[in-house]
Design a protein around this ligand. Structure first.
Ligand SMILES: C[S@@+](CC[C@H](N)C(=O)[O-])C[C@H]1O[C@@H](n2cnc3c(N)ncnc32)[C@H](O)[C@@H]1O
Length: 228
C-alpha cells in the first residue's frame, strides 16, 4: 500500500480537527452571531477558533474562575466562550482600544446572553491595567491584543493574579518565529519571543505552549501561577 502524501496527511488532520470541533466545541447562535456581527462591521477575522474557545472554558472551569480579565476583545467571540464558564455572579472584564469594536462586543455579549456578567472597558490596555489593582485578583487572564506589549501584559497579569490563576496568551507560535531570536525581528515578533522566554524562565510560573495542528491559526501559551 502506498504511503499517504503530505497533502493527504494534511487533509486527514483537518478532518480530525473538524470532527473534534463539531463534537466538543459546537458554536451556538450566540457565538455565530458574534462572528456575523464582526463580518457586518468589517472587523478582521482574527478571533480564536472553537477548539481554543472550548480550551479557554476548560481552563476557566479548572481554576473555578469567578473573575476573568481579557486583553483584546475584537468582536467578543473569545469573551463569550470565557463568560460562559463563569457562575452567574462571576465577572469578565475585557479591554479594547477600538471603540467601534467595543460596541460590537457589547451587542454580541447581550445577544449571547452574557451581558449581565461582562464589561467592556475602552482604552489602551497599558493605561487600563493599572486601574484594575483593586478589582483583582483575576482567576484567569487571556492576552490577545498588540503583540509588542505582551511582556508588559505578562507583568500586569502576574500582578493581578493569585496562586493558581491561569494566564493564557494567543499567537505564541506563529509558524515557529515566536521561538527564534533573529536580527530582523519586528516589534510584534520581539514581543512574542520575549513572552515565550519570560514565561518559560519565570520560577513563579509553570508554562506550556500548545500549537494548533492546522495552518490558519496559531498556538496558545498557557501558564499557571504557582506563587507570587
Ligand atoms: C486578535 S484581536 C482579539 C480577538 C479576540 N480575543 C477573540 O479571539 O475573539 C485583538 C484586539 O485587540 C485590540 N487591541 C490592539 N491593541 C490594543 C491595546 N493596546 N489595548 C487594548 N486593545 C488592543 C484590537 O483592536 C483587537 O480588537
Amino acid at each position: 500500500m502506498s504511503e499517504a502524501t503530505s497533502e493527504q496527511q494534511a487533509e486527514q488532520r483537518h478532518q480530525i480537527e473538524s470532527t473534534i470541533s463539531r463534537l466538543f466545541a459546537p458554536e451556538d447562535a450566540g457565538l455565530q452571531g458574534a462572528l456575523q456581527a464582526a463580518r457586518d462591521a468589517g472587523l478582521p477575522e482574527i478571533q480564536i477558533n472553537p477548539i481554543q474557545g472550548k480550551l479557554l472554558q476548560v481552563l476557566a472551569t479548572a481554576c473555578q474562575a469567578r473573575k476573568i480579565l481579557e486583553i483584546g476583545s475584537l468582536a467578543g467571540y473569545s469573551g463569550i466562550w470565557l463568560a460562559r464558564a463563569l457562575p452567574t455572579d462571576g465577572h469578565l472584564i475585557t479591554l479594547e482600544i477600538n471603540p467601534e469594536h467595543a460596541e460590537v462586543v457589547r451587542a454580541s455579549f447581550a445577544n449571547a446572553g452574557v451581558g449581565d456578567r461582562t464589561e467592556v472597558r475602552v482604552g489602551a490596555a497599558l493605561d487600563l491595567l493599572p486601574t484594575l489593582t483593586t478589582e483583582g485578583p483575576f482567576d484567569l487572564i487571556f492576552i490577545d491584543a498588540d503583540k509588542a506589549s505582551y511582556p508588559q501584559y505578562l507583568d500586569w497579569a502576574i500582578k493581578l493574579s493569585r496562586a493558581g490563576s491561569i494566564i493564557i496568551a494567543d499567537n505564541c507560535v506563529r509558524d515557529g518565529v515566536a521561538f527564534q531570536q533573529t536580527a530582523t525581528m519586528d516589534a510584534d515578533t520581539i514581543g512574542l519571543v520575549q513572552y515565550n522566554q519570560l514565561t518559560r524562565e519565570d520560577p513563579r510560573l509553570t508554562t506550556i505552549v500548545l500549537a494548533n495542528d492546522n495552518d490558519y491559526t496559531d498556538g496558545l501559551n498557557i501558564a499557571v501561577v504557582k506563587a507570587h
